[in-house]
Design a protein around this ligand. Structure first.
Ligand code: GCO
Length: 256
């Protein structure tokens, strides 16, 4: 079997929230598979640093600094890419935040900020990308980043869980409407990964022990361990895969 099946050569991938963490790891994996990159982040300085690091490795990187929760900023960013002749073939809706707080202490504003960042943004950015993919008539790929909390809940992360549960069914909704345009919409559900967002958990001995005990692999996941699933879903190898979520979680969801 040719590895061409997994090549992203000639494709352009936009990964939201790709200045660091899971998004940056996925973006670098795409570049190594041949894709040109559109990196996104809300902090222009951090985005520029991330872009420089990838360019230093010889990769083709465009920077798109925009806040995924701001619809007009998203639309302006896509209009700018249009003007620059940058056509997004692969979209990864990765941008997300975490807020750990009991429901009874949560404000509506705090709830809304998580929902807007982790779920609504995937709809808005996905809509803008899909409009262009459909118009171009060459198909495309949408990969939404879910979570273990797309399936199960953990106390104190309710807005994140509600958003990630929504991501699972938004992915299926995207598949329902866009598959006929040869756009495959799927998701990846990372397990407990070694990221900045999880720093407080990683550094908490009791939580660290819980993750290692609860996960069959007996360890946290590394961001680069998402690259295989991401490249699969971004490549021709997944041309007949729609509406699925692939868990990269060391087996945590598979066991009690
Ligand atoms: C938490 C973590 C989780 C992980 C991940 C698990 O507070 O429980 O942040 O949400 O980040 O989403 O799949």
């Amino acid at each position: 079997m040719s590895t061409e099946l997994f090549s992203l050569a000639g494709r352009t991938a936009l990964v939201t929230g790709s200045s660091r963490g899971l998004g940056n790891a996925i973006a670098e994996g795409f570049a190594a598979a041949g894709a040109a990159l559109v990196l996104n982040g809300s902090d222009p300085a951090r985005l520029a640093t991330a872009a420089s690091a990838l360019r230093a490795k010889g990769y083709n990187v465009t920077e798109a600094a925009f806040d995924v929760t701001n619809e007009s900023a998203v639309c302006d960013a896509f209009a700018k890419l249009d003007a620059e002749g940058v056509a997004v073939d692969i979209l990864v809706n990765n941008a997300g935040i975490q807020l750990r707080k009991p429901l009874v202490e949560l404000s509506v504003a705090e709830w809304q900020r998580v929902i807007d960042t982790n779920l609504t943004s995937a709809f808005v950015v996905g809509r803008e990308a899909a409009r262009r993919m459909i118009k171009r008539g060459k198909g495309g790929k949408v990969i939404n980043i879910g979570s273990l909390t797309s399936e199960v809940a953990r106390a104190t992360v309710a807005p994140y869980t509600a958003a990630k549960g929504g991501i699972k069914l938004l992915t299926r909704s995207m598949a329902a409407e866009w598959a006929e345009h040869d756009i495959q919409a799927n998701a990846i559900g990372p397990g407990y990964m070694l990221t900045e967002m999880n720093k407080a958990l990683i550094e908490n001995p009791a939580f660290d022990a819980w993750v290692k005990g609860r996960t069959p692999a007996r360890r946290w996941g590394k961001p680069e361990e998402l690259v295989g699933a991401a490249v699969f879903l971004a490549s021709a190898a997944s041309g007949y895969v729609n509406g699925q979520i692939i868990y990269v979680d060391g087996g945590m969801l598979a066991v009690l």
